[in-house]
Design a protein around this ligand. Structure first.
Ligand code: ADP
Length: 458
């Protein structure tokens, strides 16, 4: 393609993907209303799940805890020593889950968790004679990051499996009880005190270390956030026996924002967003997440390329079958393209040659860099709306607050954090006092702190 042609294309996609400050502000307004609706009523698209984690840690929580994280690709077991003063030490082991294990009988999956825990305990606390030296009744926090219905901290009914899990006889059951049964079966000498979602853990761990942290967000495979709400502002829960003057962490599950009807973002949704939605395994769900998260950005980029191949703009005279397969263009490739340090964009040359057998012209490579910038920037700017909505709802704009952020997109995608901050300034003004920072480990440290807080409350 000629430089002229690609410049025209760039202008076209710039219009498609750019978000003005006015658009961001409008989406944030709708987002605030959505969060409030989720707190009022069960069954809303953004479910605003109560976590039964009450209030902030003091930072002085101390002691020795275990944490188990069943999160997707790995099962992780951690031993966490909380030292107070926002300090901690972690030792951990990862156990890889096979695809088969994601489909075995539910109870067998929890048996495997208990078995791994036993292995970890004998590896780390076993003496040479095989005896185990473990603090009596050490508490364990279980991070189980699938949608759960909870009415207390050590109980959680699995609503449905996500992330490719499909273990039978688990949905609708109390997973804490199932796990306890496995602990008994394997005679693991610990007690599970709390069952949490990783976003909630991230909120608590980040606040433990920096007490100005009021919001936690994840930008990884999906996107989500948690924050601390006044119990009196959660009309939908049974307030009997709850301390009405206190706070409870809310797991927003806000990747679902604008799902089903697409009322709030209709004007910014592109045909690529529509395509991804309709061809996903859950059409019409997780609409906000599908425009932001790691699982989708590479695919948006790929769909644009395919369009331009069809229009005869890119890769003229070459066989493009390798990029025509769904999901072959990982979001990590966008990171690579955006961070190519060479003037000739040699990383981009190598990427297309090596993975897709395609030669690129300098003009094409420049265009790819611009396209990655547009898609990455849209994601980061749109990400600001959920954060801005929580901040506005809670009145954090004036005093300011820290936002603990985690996930590969936040930690590895070039300029993601800067673009997010710029979008927050677009909405709250130049002196915006809402800042994000790399969050602490939620499913290890956060889970341990929550286990500790739970024991202290009893
Ligand atoms: P998870 O959300 O599953 O806990 P991550 O935070 O690592 O895990 O997110 C994984 C997602 O991040 C994947 O969708 C992957 O495509 C994307 N990803 C991995 N590495 C990078 C990178 N360097 N830059 C941008 N995205 C990445």
């Amino acid at each position: 393609a000629s430089a002229e042609q690609l410049k025209e294309q760039y202008e076209h996609f710039k219009k498609l993907f750019e978000l003005t400050p006015e658009t961001l502000t409008r989406i944030t307004d709708r987002f605030v209303e959505t969060l409030e609706r989720g707190l009022k009523k069960e069954g809303e698209t953004v479910p605003m799940l109560p976590t039964y984690v009450f209030g902030w840690p003091t930072g002085d929580e101390k002691g020795s805890y275990l944490a188990l994280d069943l999160g997707g690709t790995n099962l992780r077991v951690c031993h966490v020593i909380l030292k107070g003063g926002g300090q901690f030490e972690v030792t951990q082991t990862k156990f890889r889950l096979t695809e088969e294990q994601k489909q075995i009988e539910g109870q067998e999956l929890f048996d495997f968790c208990a078995d791994c825990l036993n292995t970890f305990i004998s590896d780390h606390f076993g003496g040479p004679d095989g005896t185990v030296h473990l603090e009596e009744d050490i508490a364990l926090g279980f991070t189980f990051s699938y949608p759960m219905e909870q009415d207390k901290i050590d109980h959680g009914k699995l609503v449905r499996w996500t992330k490719g899990f499909g273990n039978p006889n688990t949905e609708g059951n109390d997973c804490a009880a199932m796990f306890r049964k496995s602990l008994e079966k394997y005679e693991v000498p610990i007690k599970m005190t709390s069952l949490i979602n990783d976003t909630t853990g991230t909120l608590i761990a980040s606040n433990y270390v920096r007490n100005k942290t009021k919001i936690a967000c994840i930008f990884g495979t999906g996107c989500n956030a948690a924050y601390m709400e006044h119990i009196s502002n959660i009309p939908k829960i049974d307030h009997h026996g709850l301390p009405g003057d206190r706070d409870m962490a809310i797991n927003c599950e806000y990747g679902a924002f604008d799902s089903f009807e697409h009322k709030h973002m209709a004007d910014i949704r592109t045909k690529y967003d529509e395509y991804i939605d309709l061809h996903s395994n859950k059409p019409h769900e997780q609409s906000y997440e599908k425009m932001i998260a790691g699982l989708y950005l590479g695919e948006i980029f790929r769909l644009v390329m395919c369009d331009l191949v069809d229009e005869g703009v890119l890769f003229l005279g070459q066989n493009t079958y390798k990029i025509e397969k769904p999901n072959v263009f990982d979001t990590a490739f966008l990171s690579l393209i955006e961070s190519d340090p060479t003037d000739e964009l040699l990383t981009v040359t190598g990427l297309f040659a090596h993975f897709f057998g395609l030669e690129t012209t300098m003009e094409e490579r420049k265009f790819f860099r611009q396209l990655a910038e547009l898609i990455g920037t849209r994601a980061a700017r749109l990400s600001s709306c959920g954060i801005a909505a929580i901040a506005r709802k809670m009145g954090y704009e004036k005093e300011g607050c820290e936002v603990g952020a985690d996930g590969s997109l936040y930690s590895k995608y070039p300029h993601f954090a800067d673009r997010l901050h710029e979008a927050l300034r677009d909405q709250f003004g130049k002196d915006c006092k809402i800042h994000s920072h790399q969050a602490e480990d939620g499913s290890g440290v956060g889970s341990a702190i929550i286990a500790c807080m739970t024991l202290l409350r009893r």
